[in-house]
Structures are given as C-alpha cells and as structure tokens.
Design a protein around this ligand. Sequence first.
Ligand code: PLP
Length: 426
Amino acid sequence: MAAQLTKGQRDEIKKQALDDFSRYVNPQKARVLKNAGLDIIEGKREGAAVWDITGKKYIDCITSAGSFNVGRRNPEIIDALKKALDEYDLGVFLLCSKPKADLAKRLAEITPGDLQYVMYGSGGGEANDFAIKLARGYTMKNDVISTLKAYHGHTGFSLAAIGRDEYRKPFGSMVPGYKHVPYNNLAAMEEAVTEDTAAIIIELVQGEGGIHLATDDYVKGLRKLCDDHEVLLIFDEIQTGFGRTGKMFCCDYSGVVPDILTIAKSLGGALYPISATVYREELGDFVMTHAFTHLSTFGGSDIGCMVGLAVIDFIVKNKLPEHAAKMGERFQKGFDELLTRYPELLMEVRRKGLMMGLQYTNDSIGPRMSYQLAQNGVMAIYTGNEPSVMRLMPSLVIQEDEVDFVVDALDKSMSEIMKQGGIEKY
Ligand SMILES: Cc1ncc(COP(=O)(O)O)c(C=O)c1O
C-alpha cells in the first residue's frame, strides 16, 4: 500500500504515527528511540532488511532479539499461515488437535536427547513460567536459582528469575524462593544449591545480559550438580534456539541435555505467537496428575502450530544453523579489523554463530552507535541489562553482501564517533 503513496503522504503517515505513539503509548520510549536514530516506522520487510515507511532501507540487526531467524515476512511461512487460515482457527485449547500433535512430535524429534513432552504457550515468559511451575511441582521443592543479568521474561515466575534488580524492584514482593548467582561460576552455583532447590534456570548465551557465553565446562558442571542433588536443569533457549548460534539449539554444542527446554520467538516465524516448554518423559507424572498445571487459551493454537511446523521445515531445508555459523565467521573477520582500528571504542567481541555482542569501552557509546548505525542503514541497539554492549542478531537468512554492508556501516559509524571527539566528548 505504502508503495503507491507519494513521498509527502508517507512522511505524513510517519509523523502521525510517531505523534500518536508518543501521545497514547509512551512518550519516553518515543524520545529514547528518536535519540537513538530509531524513530523508524517499519514499512516493507523482506529477508534481512526492513524499509522505513519513508523508503530508507535498513539491515535489521535487532530482530526482536532473535525472533526473525527465518527472515522478515518469509514467503514460505506466509504461505503456510494463509493455508492454515483457510482451514483452521485457534482451536479449542482443551481439545487435542492434529497441528498440536504434529508440532509436538516434530519438536521431540529436533530437540536433544530424551526431551519428549510439550506444553504450549504464546510467549517466552509463559514458557519459563510453566517450566518453573513444573520443576516445583514435580520435585516438591521450592527454590529456583538463576544468574545475575539473566533475562527470562516479564511474567510472574520468570520475572522473579531475572538477574537485574531494576526489573523486579518496582513491583514489590516477587514469587519467593529465588537466588541469583554470578554467571559461568560453578562454585557459586554449588554453594547456592540446597536440599530445597527445585531448579536451575539458565541461558546458554545471556542475551539481554550482554552476550555472555556459558563455557562447556560450566554447562557440564551444571548437569552434574543437578544430577547429584536431584535438581532440574532448565535451559532457556528462547533467544539461542532455532539455529541462532550455529546449531539448532545451543545445548547441541556441549551435548548436555536439560530436563526442561523453553523455546519461543522464532518458532512463530515472526508472524504468529507461539511458545513451547519441552520436557523429559518422567516429568509428565506431575502433569498427568495435575490437569490444571497450565492453561493457555492462545497457547499452541492450531494456526500457531501450523506456522511452527513450517518454520522448522524451512530451517532444516535451508540448513540455517550452518549458514548462521558461516555468516558469523564472516562477521568475525570484520570485527577483528574493527578491534584493531578502534581500540578507544571497541573493547571486545563476544559471539556464537549470529548471536553477537560488541562490548564498547563506555556506556554512552551504545546509544551513540545506535544513532550512527541508523544513519548508515543498520538497525541495532544496546542490550537491556548492559548498555555498553551492542547486540547484533540479524536474521539467519542474511547474505554475504549484507554482512559486509553491516561491517562497513560499523566502520563508518565508529569513524564518525572518533571524528566527533571519541569517548572524550562524554
Ligand atoms: C532469553 C529470554 N527468555 C525469555 C524471554 C521472554 O520472551 P517473551 O518476550 O516472548 O515473553 C526473552 C525475551 O526477550 C528472552 O530473551
């Protein structure tokens, strides 16, 4: 539709949308986005790119933190959604259905080890809520251990697991029984485990926390710790799942199988919300005897399941995990050069596949780089729990020339910041 409009009309739609957003949704958010050069009204979306309604093209490196692994408006997923709409609706959530059964079977096939049963939801926080409820219910123990700077969602049980005070404090008492320990520190986790620990919940790469990678030894150590103390191990692969890190799931690197795996975001192909909590067979004992462990009207809808099936087919058929690993290496070559050229700005790069974090030398560089990158045609933003880290998570369908474009934009943006006086200016 926007393509048929004149430039003046498109400018006017943008202005009105920004004004109304500011007036009726959140003026502070609108201001922050403007300052970061991200006062964009998304128009056309395709592959790894998005166009502002006024016509400017960007490579999307935000992707709602890894929700667009199959690309923006992927035609094959749109096709699957249209076919689903011809035949299905949400479905009655209390009933069994073929799409629910088909997707659960497929998830059991692609998830590691003996993970078998699926509880559906509609978002990541909900998937983690159920994981924690299941762990508490099954073990009949109370405590949950998560890590500092962790992000697990803004719903009740998940919010309590977030490892950042600012997210929890405004809401008063949280669900009790949570401890937060330093990440990648097995000794701290060992010390925190007690007879009343039901579960450890962990991201294998902390996303909001600033792209911190769990070491294989840490992950293996967690598995042993859990086995020794009858604690359930929950992997939150809501950002890392579906090929993002160069394997279908990040836990495929260490070979460690959790008791419970949570997935969301890209499962919905960025077109339809759906999430899932996948768990080992014996944990089913609790669910079978507690019929109302979790109910979710929109969770695992028939349409969502059809989309999920198409997403998995697309990822497997196009070998997206392998492609992500390859494109990640191409990025890395560019990052290595930037590290030598701009040591005043860029301190370190942490990366697994296309889950990439640029550690700047100073908190102020995050927003300034967002602004410069937007001018240079790249949408990117610093992480919520660590503003000195810029997270780059493009769609996994990104191509070589687009990778080079992003690296070039980073180069130009850093050069511009240096010309403006580098970090001295702030
Ligand atoms: C690791 C992780 N867990 C959970 C969530 C929550 O997912 P949702 O926003 O769908 O509730 C997110 C969202 O960013 C996430 O990154």
